[in-house]
Design a protein around this ligand. Structure first.
Ligand SMILES: [Zn+2]
Length: 282
């Protein structure tokens, strides 16, 4: 049987995690609230029923422990270590705030809470691996700005004629009949949650389309598009507009031409996303 401590073992075996953590320095610990932990020389792996398994490293770990750890003011980790928006520091989100660390600024506790975009994948074309890659890439873009991207469910849809979907001009703001047929396939998608349709192609050819009726928030992404395309179309859905800066997510010249990935957001863009009704507290 797979136990919560197996989840901790699995996290330890992830690329570079075990290497940075080094030797275990504690046995398996269980708190009064049912959170399970194992301590290592370089950090802690923590599992909780609501937040899953995450690792807290180094200086951030030290400060978190100083704040009381799992039972302190910050609570359980909600993320692993993330490269911060300044691309210099790193940060980890907890239930009640985050801890940032860079050599330059040292350790900083912040009170901004993590928010989440809740996606449901409706797969007309593409492998599970491709879906996971797109979702992970979208989380990589938005997490430094305090927004996680979660895929809550995944469903295969076998309607061949919709796998190549007519999106018209998309940017014109007109939902075509075929787009509407897709958007009506919304089983299991809650109010203010996002349906993510992965298709084989669009007509006109594009990487996707982030336009949908207000009461059916959706994005369409073409399976062959590059990995930032889901994040880009989510950007459109969340009211961001194209810009000419090729370091940024909303670069209008195609996500495959973005330089120095992961792509950036401006602070205005980040605020727009965090304040959108589709962005929930996690
Ligand atoms: Zn676009």
């Amino acid at each position: 049987m797979f136990t919560d401590f197996d989840a901790i073992d699995k996290k330890y075996k992830e690329k570079s995690v075990g290497e940075r953590l080094g030797r275990a320095t504690s046995s398996d610990l269980v708190t009064t609230t049912g959170v399970k932990m194992r301590e290592f020389e370089g950090g802690v792996i923590c599992w909780s029923p609501h937040a899953g398994v995450h690792v807290v490293f180094g200086e951030i770990r030290d400060r978190w422990i100083l704040e009381g750890g799992v039972e302190g003011s910050l609570g359980c980790p909600l993320s692993d270590e993330i490269v911060a928006a300044d691309k210099v520091g790193v940060l980890t989100f907890f239930e009640n705030g985050s801890i940032y660390f860079s050599e330059f600024l040292g350790v900083v506790v912040r009170t901004v809470l993590l928010k989440c975009l809740k996606l449901h994948a409706k797969v007309l074309a593409g492998s599970d691996k491709k879906i996971a890659t797109l979702v992970r890439a979208a989380a990589t873009v938005f997490l430094p700005y305090g927004v996680d991207v979660k895929c809550l469910s995944q469903e295969r849809i076998n309607i061949p004629e919709l796998a190549d979907v007519d999106v018209g001009r998309c940017r014109d703001g007109i939902v075509t009949t075929e787009m509407q047929r897709l958007f009506d396939l919304r089983d299991g998608v809650g109010e203010d949650e996002i349906a993510f349709y992965c298709v084989r192609s669009t007509d006109r050819p594009s990487n996707g389309c982030g336009l949908s009726p207000r009461d059916q928030p959706s994005v369409i992404v073409v399976v062959g598009a590059d990995r930032w395309s889901l994040a880009h179309e989510l950007g459109h859905l969340l009211q961001l507009v194209h810009i000419s800066d090729n370091l940024r997510l909303m670069f209008g010249g195609g996500t495959s031409n973005i330089s120095d990935p992961p792509p950036d957001l401006s602070s205005n863009e980040a605020n727009t996303i965090r304040n959108n009704r589709l962005t929930h507290f996690c």
